[in-house]
Design a protein around this ligand. Sequence first.
Ligand code: NAD
Length: 253
Amino acid sequence: MSLQNKVAIITGGASGIGFAIARRFVSDGAKVVIADIDDGRGEEAEKELKDIGEAVYVTCDVAEKLDVRNLVASALDAFGDVDILVNNAGIVAGADLLELDEADFDRVLAVNLKGAFLCLQAVARHLVDRVKAGGEPGTIINISSINAVLAIADQVPYSISKGGVNQLTRVSALALAPYGIRVNAIGPGSISTDMLATVLEDEQARDKVLSRTPLGRVGEPREIAAVAAFLASDGASYVTGQTIYADGGRLPL
Ligand code: NAD
């Protein structure tokens, strides 16, 4: 129960990695606010989490500043405080560089990078005010990807957005360190979620992923949630500005 009574906002928390993080945090004693644009899955997620602890679902497109403002206000309304932000919402738009649509480029950057910035800034403002008033610092976790450092030809905006997320992590860790607020990132490898479904359903594509993964299997969302639980806990009290890769050994060591 290392997150006992902490309040955590998890964006994109209605499914996949975000939901696994939400479930792990609730199991560890946290109160969780799930932010997503998929109301059906969000409400289902809230219901499931309420069987084991405290959770609310809030509709929020992280790329929209007013939605983000409403998200933080809703978290404060529901639980009176915010201690942890997990910037997890993310999308992909696979296309050859020469065919890539401008609107797809803009949307991926808006959700994965600007959305992470908007949420981080809104929660950081709350945490800084709290520290100035003598309260606890809190912590922020950004979900990046191995694609932040690997170049994959048909994932142009995704790779750029995740490279940006790593730098967002570093610059905001530096800016918030004077307040004791830690900012870290997790870089998952290939994890079994909807986002990877088309790859995993295609035998050739799946074999290619597995042949490049030293542990020889895809990861489970709960294995990313375990890293998030560590980074959110006091066990990581001297860790900030880092991206931890949970990728089955995919990145060259
Ligand atoms: P997923 O598609 O299962 O879940 C993403 C969630 O984000 C969905 O619930 C979706 O509705 C929500 N979302 C999308 N746009 C949103 C928006 N504008 N505002 C709020 N919510 C929004 O994907 P996942 O695999 O669980 O991905 C979660 C994160 O992990 C993403 O940032 C992704 O880039 C990252 N990641 C995933 C993998 C993988 O292999 N699955 C690998 C590396 C990184």
